[in-house]
Design a protein. Structure first.
Ligand code: ZN
Length: 256
């Protein structure tokens, strides 16, 4: 059980206890939540929201204080959109209205999704999708950093490749490259992908790929299918690491 789920469970228990207390001793009972400053309560709710939209819905039902706190725009800015598909194939006004509100509140995940949709959509050709992905990446969204960074590394422009490395390097240090790739894959399952947007760069980053010690030592182990496989040794050749990741990134978009 996550700490957020525990918080939801705690709040529900508190509500039940308060009800029982009221039934026995009349309406004098107060809950601990009421003594929390509003800013702190909003911050707690924002943490729940950023972890799970479902937990946020459950929290709303716990008390009026929580319900009131969820109406703050900061919550819409932070809420996780993981449970929503990238493209609403089945019209859903309520979901659309919620997602639009999140976008208006500059929800960072909303920004990332818009960038992804625009950049890889079939009809758009040149569009501002990459710029939007860049903004989301600069604001610290991890999957945006992954997608934007890898797109730049696909480029044949050495300067752009360097910029791309800066984004993905952050993810490697945070040991979340694999989880980012998996989340991107899940999201892309619901979208047609215009793979023509990606350049298949045949030039490896590592100039010594055939003889590079780091690559030859790690190559058999670099399946990197989950976070447990995230490479531990930061001293091994970084360029080889990203050459390997690039192949996996191309596969996400059916680029061979
Ligand atoms: Zn190398």
């Amino acid at each position: 059980m996550t700490s957020y789920s525990r918080l939801v469970k705690w709040a529900r228990t508190k509500k039940r206890c308060a009800k029982r207390h009221c039934a026995r001793k009349g309406p004098k009972s107060t809950t601990t939540i009421k003594v929390l400053p509003t800013d702190l309560l909003v911050d707690v709710v924002a943490r729940v929201a950023s972890n799970s939209f479902i937990d946020l819905l459950n929290l709303k039902k716990c008390s009026k204080d929580f319900l009131h706190a969820t109406e703050d725009n900061y919550i819409s800015q932070r809420v996780s959109l993981e449970t929503f598909p990238l493209i609403q194939w089945i019209p859903n006004d309520k979901a659309s209205s919620f997602l639009n509100h999140c976008r208006e509140c500059e929800n960072i995940e909303s920004l990332y999704r818009e960038g992804l949709r625009k950049y890889f959509s079939y009809s758009s050709g040149k569009n501002d999708g990459l710029e939007i992905l860049k903004v989301a990446a600069q604001k610290g969204h991890k999957e945006a950093k992954y997608v934007y960074g890898m797109i730049l590394i696909c480029s044949k422009d050495d300067e752009l490749r360097k910029q791309g490395l800066e984004h993905v390097r952050f993810l490697r240090k945070s040991k979340c490259v694999v989880s980012c790739r998996q989340k991107v894959r899940q999201l892309l399952n619901f979208m047609w992908k215009n793979h023509a947007m990606l350049e298949h760069n045949q030039s490896p980053l590592c100039s010594f790929k055939s003889t590079c010690k780091g690559w030859r030592l790690k190559t058999s182990r670099w399946a990197l299918l989950d976070d447990d496989d995230e490479d531990e040794d930061m001293s091994l050749c970084e360029y080889c690491r990203w050459d390997h990741e690039l192949e996996l990134f191309y596969r996400l978009f059916n680029v061979y």
